[in-house]
Design a binder for this molecule. Structure first.
Ligand code: PRX
Length: 644
């Protein structure tokens, strides 16, 4: 027996065991570290290359360029190669609308639609390198459009359909998009989201937009501007059946996706083609062990990175069958998701801790009403999963038969980084730990100076080597890229999370170490919220903190000082909530708004966030000797008490 096997024999084993000695995983992990070139050369064959690459990695810190010299097209990976094979009649997508409409889309249907949409894009003047903003509900056209963008070499920029006109305008302008693709409406909890109207407002201030391409959906009436707006169904009538996929360089951009950081403005994370594609496919295989019989369901919206990588690119490039559901998890009833698993025989189910906690509140009777016996693998993403939610998920959804891959990663990493990987081999799981790094990921837990910490101590996580899924950079933001991710621990990628490695080498990802809040797994920065708040005519100063929320993980608590002539009132609170939703979107809805006379600041004028957080959380506030005016804290606390 090897030492490793012995270690796992003797250690205090966690309760959930999918247990083989860590041999295959370790061999693979070690070979990715010691022979990175050989390892990735082998694993790059998950994609079909139009021209083989010449060099695995060009590492010019902090820029990594993967599979240099290679040419490929991602829409080819996701449709052509399946439509030309036995998979042509295989179901690519079981689509279910919130209102009960359904579509079954085979790989040859997908091929046909992607080609026709690519032809529409071309006819509207979209070509290689152009940016296309996409603001769509979770309808099949979301997939067609993204792959059609790839096909003609355009860079898509998806904006989650909960974001406001202002957020769309900012992202369209930063990306210089030539086109916005939207739908007349989308369904959400029985209501219609007026997507086209929201876009109309946004494009009043986006000079780069030449066309708005509109997909007719929901029957919601919209006003078309004949000089700018185009109905997709009109254009599709004359669309070509085939558009040759543009041969892209492996290092060409595939998409931009805006995400919040510590600055007031979201950053356009730019991902490449070959490296991202290789990472997306391999990570899905490792973490979820899919087969051609699998029915995969990732519940994320394509508006977020999880939907990009694990709804669009990885499952389709691997030729899987997947479910896409348009609506809310609890509409029309809280067992809608379990009904869908039952209906389509879902075998791999991937969702967020927030969703699990929401279901927990409604009790185990609801999932118990449905046959979930087809499930083989479960997954979790977006925020730390508390052991209680993990256990509930394991027991009531997986019926103690399915491993849970708790996947830790980020918009910037392109795909999973730290996760159990039953696709390589099984090993013991610990509820709440994302376990071990995937092959190619070299993490270390360090103190503020970058010194590696011993086991069981909490510090920052850093990644010491580039991996194929790493972003190309920030669109229009070279300096920001260097500063945000590479300046803290030079030469290492700094994700901005707290972490701890336990004595078995398992990693525990413990939440953000910066001013980023995770509301229902969605990322939002305090700076962005504060920036929006001070844009309101009643607000003098604003500071934002978070407070733990039983379902959403974290909730937004806003502290504001009002301008002299403004009276604090419930009306002003309502107005500020509305203002945040208009400036950013629904995810910016605050849980509490607290009026204070002064914000607690240090003598050098910096807002003492620790204090605000303590007030928001009602915990002892610790040392306040550097505080300029202690009364403001007491005041904030008193205002908070009133709300309870
Ligand atoms: O704090 C980590 C948390 O989500 C952040 C990344 O957010 P975003 O770019 O929006 O991507 C979310 C989907 C990949 C991370 O910095 N996070 C994500 N997954 C986990 C997690 N925290 C703990 N455990 C996870 N499994």
């Amino acid at each position: 027996m090897s030492t490793e096997e012995k270690k796992f024999e003797t250690q205090n084993l966690p309760t959930k065991t999918y247990f083989w000695p860590l041999k295959r995983y370790q061999d693979l992990y070690n070979s990715a570290l010691t022979d990175s070139e050989g390892f990735w050369a082998k694993h790059s064959d998950v994609l079909s290359w139009e021209k083989p690459w010449e060099k695995v990695l060009d590492w010019n810190p902090p820029y990594a360029r993967w599979f240099v010299g290679g040419k490929l097209n991602m829409s080819y990976q996701c449709v052509d190669r399946h439509a030309k094979s036995w998979r042509k009649s295989k179901v690519a997508i079981y689509w279910e609308g919130e209102n009960g409409d359904t579509q079954t889309i085979s790989y040859s249907d997908l091929y046909e639609n992607v080609n026709r949409y690519a032809s529409v894009l071309k006819k509207l003047g979209i070509g290689k390198g152009d940016r296309v903003t996409v603001y769509l509900p979770m309808i099949p056209e979301m997939v067609y459009i993204l792959l059609a963008c790839n096909r003609v070499g355009a860079i898509h920029n998806v904006i989650f359909s909960g974001f406001s006109s202002q957020s769309i305008a900012d992202r369209v302008n930063d990306s210089g998009s030539k086109m916005v693709v939207t739908a007349s409406g989308g369904h959400r909890r029985g209501k219609i989201l007026p997507l086209k109207e929201i876009v109309d407002e946004a494009v009043k201030s986006t000079p780069s937009v030449e066309h708005v391409l509109v997909i007719k959906y929901t029957g919601y009436e919209v006003v078309m501007d004949p000089a700018r707006d185009v109905w997709a169904h009109d254009m599709l009538k004359d669309a070509d059946k085939y558009v040759a996929p543009e041969a892209m360089d492996s290092t060409d951009p595939l998409f931009i996706l805006y995400t919040s950081g510590t600055t007031g403005k979201p950053k356009g994370i730019l991902h490449g083609t070959g490296g991202y594609g290789v990472w997306a496919c391999n990570t899905l295989k490792w973490a979820f062990k899919p087969t051609d019989e699998s029915v995969f369901w990732c519940t994320a919206d394509v508006g977020w990175i999880t939907g990009h990588t694990y709804v669009v690119y990885a499952p389709l490039a691997l030729g899987l069958t997947q479910v896409i559901y348009e609506g809310a998890p609890d509409y029309p009833s809280v067992d809608r998701w379990w009904e869908i698993i039952d209906k389509y025989g879902v075998s791999i189910f991937y969702t967020s801790p927030t969703a699990i906690r929401m279901f927990m509140r409604h009790g185990e009777e609801l999932p118990a009403k449905h046959n979930l016996g087809t499930l083989e693998m479960l997954g979790s993403v977006g925020e730390p999963i508390n052991p209680e939610a993990w256990e509930w998920y394991y027991k009531n959804i997986g019926h103690e038969n399915c491993p849970i891959s708790d996947t830790w990663w980020q918009t910037e990493t392109g795909g999973f980084m730290i996760t159990p990987c039953p696709g390589i081999q099984s090993f013991p799981l610990k509820p709440g730990s994302a376990t071990l790094p995937l092959p190619g990921v070299d993490p270390v837990v360090v103190d503020a100076e970058g010194k590696e910490l011993p086991a069981n101590e909490i510090g920052f996580i850093a990644i010491r080597k580039p991996w194929p899924g790493i972003m190309l950079g920030i669109y229009n933001g070279d300096e920001l890229y260097k500063k945000t991710y590479w300046s803290r621990f030079p030469g290492w990628y700094c994700p901005g999370d707290f972490s701890m490695k336990d004595s078995d080498g398992y990693l525990w990802l413990l939440g953000r170490a910066d001013e980023v809040i995770k509301v229902a797994g969605h990322r939002i920065s305090t700076a962005e919220l504060e920036h929006a708040l001070v844009g309101h005519s009643s607000v003098a100063e604003a500071a934002v903190a978070s407070r733990p929320d039983e379902v959403k993980g974290e909730a937004i608590v806003v502290f504001v000082t009002l301008k002299k002539d403004v009276e604090a009132s419930a009306d002003v609170k309502r107005e500020l909530t509305h203002h945040l939703r208009t400036a950013i979107g629904t995810i910016a809805t605050p849980e509490e708004i607290i009026f204070v006379e002064k914000l607690p600041k240090t003598r050098s004028g910096k807002i003492m966030r620790r204090l605000l957080k303590a007030v928001a959380n009602e915990v002892p506030i610790g040392d306040t000797t550097t505080l300029d005016d202690e009364t403001s804290v007491n005041e904030a606390r008193a205002a908070f008490d009133e709300l309870l």
